[in-house]
Each structure stands twice: as structure tokens, then as C-alpha cells.
Design a binder for this molecule. Sequence first.
Ligand SMILES: Nc1ncnc2c1ncn2[C@@H]1O[C@H](COP(=O)(O)OP(=O)(O)O)[C@@H](O)[C@H]1O
Ligand SMILES: [Mg+2]
Length: 110
Amino acid sequence: MRIAVAGKGGAGKTTISGTLARVLAAEGRDVLALDADPNPNMALTLGVAVADYDGGEGLSHDVLEHREIDGKNVAVLAQPLDELLSEHAQDAPQGIRLLRLGRPRSAGGG
Ligand SMILES: Nc1ncnc2c1ncn2[C@@H]1O[C@H](COP(=O)(O)OP(=O)(O)O)[C@@H](O)[C@H]1O
Ligand SMILES: [Mg+2]
């Protein structure tokens, strides 16, 4: 199951995302939480202590490779997901893993 939460700033996206992640983990599901917010604070909502917060820059663009598949340009992971998670994901309470996707390099940088 994949759940995406989007909306305007201050609408409650991080609160809802973190709460959903914790409820699903409490039900025994394997939860990977992705924080794509340029102001990444889902770690705190998941219960990561401030002292344990890995406040790096998130993933670099190098995690993706661009390939042509069936005549279309597609971006695929450059390494297996498990490997990527072991290198980049942070452990949060309840067995949740958190991956921060990184910030735009500049305004309009995508
Ligand atoms: N259902 C709610 N009722 C009242 N306050 C809320 C609710 N959901 C979130 N908040 C508060 O609103 C603020 C913004 O929530 P947040 O989840 O950070 O929004 P977003 O991630 O969309 O910017 C926070 O202070 C949060 O505690
Ligand atoms: Mg937020």
C-alpha cells in the first residue's frame, strides 16, 4: 500500500503522515515513511529524538539513473531499494524507517 499526502502549507500533512505511519506500524505493517517536504520535520512527528535526528541534506540526485525503456525516458533507482535504505534511511520508533528525499537545489530547481 502506498499513501501520498499533499496539500498547502500548515494543512496538517506532516501530522497526518506521521500519525498514519505510527498507526500502520502499530498494526504490524512494515512502514517506510518518505519525507519530501523541503522543510523536513516528519522525524519529530515519528518520535525521533532531536538529538538523534540526522539532519543531512537528504538523497542526492545520484540515486536515480535515467534509462530509455520502450522508447520512454524513465528514472529508475541506481541500486536495489534495500541497499539504498540501509545507506540512507533513518530508524524511527516502532520499526518505522524514514527516508528524506532532499531539498530543491534552488528556487525552481524541481
Ligand atoms: N487536526 C488538527 N487540529 C488542530 N491542529 C492541527 C491539526 N493537524 C495539525 N495541526 C497543527 O497545525 C500545524 C501545522 O501542521 P503540520 O502537520 O505541520 O502541517 P503541514 O505539514 O501541512 O505544513 C501544527 O502546529 C500542527 O500541530
Ligand atoms: Mg509538513
